[in-house]
Design a protein around this ligand. Sequence first.
Ligand SMILES: [Zn+2]
Length: 601
Amino acid sequence: MRKLSSSLLALLLIAVSCQTTTQPVAPPAQPVVALSQPVHIVVVGTTDLHGWFAGHDESTAAASKPGYGGLAVLSGYLANLRAANPGRVVVVDSGDLFQGTLESNLFEGEAVVKAYNEIGYSAAAVGNHEFDFGPVGPDPVVRTPGQDPLGALKRNAALARFPFLSANLTEKTTGQTPAWARPWALLDVAGVKLGIIGLSTPDTPNVTTAANVATLSFGQPVAATIKAAAELRARGADAVIVIAHMGGRCTDLRDVHDVASCDPTQEAWKFLNALPQGTIDAYLAGHTHQQMREIINGVPALQAMPFGQAFSSIDLYVDRGSHRVVDSRTEIRQHTNVCESVYAGTERCDPKAASGGNSALVRRTFEGATVVRDGRLDALFAPYLQQVAAKRNEPLGVRTAGAFGRQYSRESALGDLYADALRAAVAGAEAAVINSGSLRIDLPAKELTYGDIFETSPFDNLIAVVKLTGAQIREMVRITSAGDRGILQVSGLRMTLDAQKDAVRPVSERDRVVSIQMSDGSALEPGRLYSVVMTDFLSTGGEGLGPLMRQVPPDRVTLLTDRGTMREVLIDGLRKVAREGLLTPKTFGRITVLNDDGRRD
Ligand SMILES: [Zn+2]
């Protein structure tokens, strides 16, 4: 149901206005039809904005494509939704708000928080990348005494007029939720008491800089949710939803009851199947940059695409008498693409929607009115964008002959390129590795600017040269190919992995490495030391490498502190590997994956 009929809406509004807060003196002797109509609320979910507050403009000199995303346009959609559902719209985010664009990172996410305040977000989950900025200021980790590794996040939480929620996040010393966060929130929405529980992925220490979260514990989400839901129900919550930085992946979103396309290895799937039915009324997910729109173990589960491309939404009908959601009336809407203009006859602005000769762009209508971008937000963003424009547009003197794509579970053109660039940038390096998860978007086909490199890999990591034995290199590859965080992209190495091997064993015991050697075909000698270039994210134990890296003596790790961030080293290397300034997308057959399930990622 996209909209209520006006007569039903009128009835509902009367019902709402007639409601009082007093409870019935005694329960009815027999089940009877509720005296008042359930209250209709709409919950809107975004996730993994990753700093893309200003939207995406992929126009080039050669081709003009419509822009998409951006919080000013999102705000336009929400204005229409709120006009159609006055006082009954709740907007939440499932985490990873800040990390990812120059204009966000340079100010450590400030513009995103201010915009979320203007939009009127009710809560955000604590994502792993919320911790990336470390202390306030340019250092991404504590480098001088007195710095607080949580400083930038605390500053953002203080600036926010909405709470950061995580029920499974506690301080190791106190066992309590840190002061800058809350486990849950309880709101009043059109007379409905709506409980919102936040969750963070227990994998957080492996997918942010581990040192920044050393004082924090990321506990079991199921137990934390049951406890939080009980606290909320005890305080009179009529409905309880979860915003979780724990994602899923379902590839077919057409039928909410058909879960056959959902990946059962994903955190969201496991969580929802372990949660007792009736604990929560909806689950809004993030983190995996994939989509969900299904009912999993009785719970409506939603996840919208990242980077502000789309939002998810759900209609809940809440019976305040029984403090329950009327499940039969719950409606998970189709995800909504955030487009100011759309291809005629569609609700989309990605060029794929223009197929069939339909290339006319028209203004988007949503909830019966034209979507108008929010000028207040454009004004808010302008100073941030101006300050980074010069840096963003700095030409690198290198151009790409085509787009370089990414893959998580197999070799990618962008992975090969960046691993080669890191190796080329460091004299004497025999190999370089880069984690697939650090490559955030494809590298477009164009004259490259600093902004392009930034957006493919926005992390303020430094580069380290680590002397590893051949046996340690093999162990590094074993650990990073055993789970589902994504494999290492490599330069100087060649390997064969078996994607199905040891599937029944725990991740920590899996060995999917069939063979590994140097790229010239020579053997990787177990006892010999090799110079391997990597980010300090990996050299300090990211991607589950902590136990291995703790065995490496400190004098075998050289941090290239005088070379700038990983990006400056990458740019230096890209100039070296380019041929007459040109980079051509290619994979080199360095990583062979046996028993690949063929799923594109
Ligand atoms: Zn995340």
